[in-house]
Design a protein around this ligand. Structure first.
Ligand code: EPU
Length: 453
């Protein structure tokens, strides 16, 4: 049986929380709570740098990506303290200063958020130093859209062996920008820069994920003037000054979808407290088509199977499509569906590698690195597309596996919990980048595991 109660008990046990021995084959049942979205909270924290007064963010998840951004804010002189309720943080940017490259570099490779410091730091200090970026290795993850946008605002970008130095000797001026692809990060870059740039910015082909809309809400609370026009156009009228904000982060729909798929894969029943329907409409449609059953309540959504699982054809896409972060846990469930499913990954070029471990556990999955054509495709094919063909149902058995990245890692753990027998899953520390209290939640759902390293 599980011997670990929570993440802090892991260090007390002497383990680093990197290796789990998991005995699968029993359904996950119970309730988990999701807090604020990783992909909003970290950006809202950066936005606090734009205010003349302190900001309060509520429902901040206790995950390592938040710790990285907190510490980057602190090296820039922002005072970060607990807020007036559990899970809230207060950011006071009034003492913000330039940081040294060495201090910033200590965060190199830890997260992709540092790139979003550019606009706010340029407004505040006239200079931004950006370390090498981290994040999940799921593709090349270039930053050309970000740099092109900053140049359009009048910034000068110097790349050196240390990282990137960006300056704006003549200040930043609103621009007309059209993104080649509706990139989440590049849209956030433009928003965080345009709100205090001189004049109007028109952003075409913007990403419109719910987390971006929530960031717009944060910026509007601060005093920004941002309008969302039809056809992915966002207009931002620059203002001279912004105040702090008080904001409750939107719930983490990626975590909610992950637990929903865990209920599907293990044939369990999970109530995800804090999950909301509106932001998950596309996921819920696919969940239902695959044979899942859900019940939307005031305070969350209950997920379980509604009968035998059925195969589906899914294409990942930008919002309002099926998110790329949802396909990994869904694929674990699809190994238990009766028939052939296809998942087209259209957002990243290397986000199906995690399926190798599932094959080791007995799944029948073939990855087509250059994608495959299929009739009635909704998403226009991209050069970097891949596809996975999953034939089920295949019983899974325990195996020794190493997790590759955040979402792939979560899926490996769920696969191990679905499989008969014991699995040893290594490298699970990366899951804490995006899943708060992961071990405690697994335990609350009755998972049988030990932290062995
Ligand atoms: N892209 C470029 N150039 C750029 C920026 C992006 O070519 O300058 C390409 C990427 O290579 C990719 C596509 O555009 O093929 C989409 O990337 P996007 O910029 O939208 O992604 P991101 O901002 O880096 C965020 C989330 C990801 C999530 C994606 C898509 C954060 C911190 N990360 O990444 O979340 O998958 O949007 O929704 O918000 C995760 O949570 O595990 C995760 C990876």
């Amino acid at each position: 049986m599980t011997t670990i109660l929570n993440e802090s008990a892991v260090s007390a046990s002497g383990g680093s929380g990197e290796v789990l021995a998991i005995r699968g084959g029993r359904p996950l049942r119970g309730r988990v709570e999701v807090k604020g979205a990783k992909n909003l909270a970290t950006k809202a924290m950066v936005a606090s740098l734009l205010g003349d007064t302190p900001s309060v963010l509520r429902d901040v998840p206790d995950i390592s990506d938040v710790k990285v951004v907190r510490s980057l804010l602190e090296v820039h002189g922002v005072m970060v303290q607990p807020g007036d309720e559990d899970g809230s943080l207060c950011f006071d940017p009034r003492g913000a200063v330039s940081a040294h490259m060495e201090e910033i570099d200590a965060h190199a490779g830890a997260s992709r958020i540092p790139i979003l410091f550019c606009g706010p730091l340029l407004h505040l200090l006239g200079e931004a130093l950006i370390p090498d970026l981290g994040g999940c290795r799921i593709g090349d993850r270039p930053i050309n859209f970000h740099m092109d946008a900053l140049r359009a605002f009048g910034a000068i970008v110097d790349k050196s062996y240390e990282g990137i130095r960006i300056t704006a000797p003549d200040g930043l001026t609103g621009a007309n920008i059209e993104l080649p692809y509706p990139s989440v990060g590049a849209t956030e870059q433009v928003l965080l820069t345009a709100v205090k740039a001189k004049g109007v910015t028109e952003l075409k082909n913007a990403a419109i994920e719910p987390e971006i809309m929530d960031l717009i809400a944060v910026l509007q609370k601060m005093g920004a003037i941002i309008s969302y026009e039809p056809n992915r156009v966002i207009l931002i009228e620059g203002v001279d000054r912004l105040n702090g904000y008080d904001h409750r982060a939107i719930f983490d729909r990626n975590e909610a979808a992950s637990w929903a798929c865990a209920a599907l894969a293990t044939d369990g029943e999970i109530f995800v407290g804090g999950a909301k329907q509106q932001e998950m409409l596309t996921f819920l449609n696919v969940f239902r088509k695959v044979g899942g059953w859900f019940d939307v309540k005031e305070d969350g959504i209950l997920f379980r199977r509604g009968g035998p699982l059925k195969p589906v054809i899914v294409e990942t896409d930008v919002h309002p499509g099926f998110m790329t972060d949802w396909q990994q846990p869904l694929i674990v469930a699809l190994t238990q569906a009766q028939g052939e499913s296809v998942v087209h990954e259209t957002v990243y070029e290397n986000r199906l590698g995690f399926t190798e471990a599932l094959v080791k556990m007995g799944a029948d999955i073939v990855v087509h690195p250059n994608g495959i054509d299929g009739g009635n495709r909704r998403v226009p094919r991209r050069a970097l597309e891949q596809a996975a063909v999953i034939k089920g149902p295949t019983p899974l058995h325990g195996a020794d596996i190493v997790v590759p990245d955040l979402r792939g890692g979560y899926s490996h753990v769920i696969a191990a919990l679905t499989a008969e027998g014991e699995s040893v899953v290594s490298g699970v520390g990366v899951i804490s980048r995006g899943y708060e209290k992961f071990f405690a939640k697994l335990e609350a759902l009755g998972a049988d595991f030990d932290v062995i390293g």
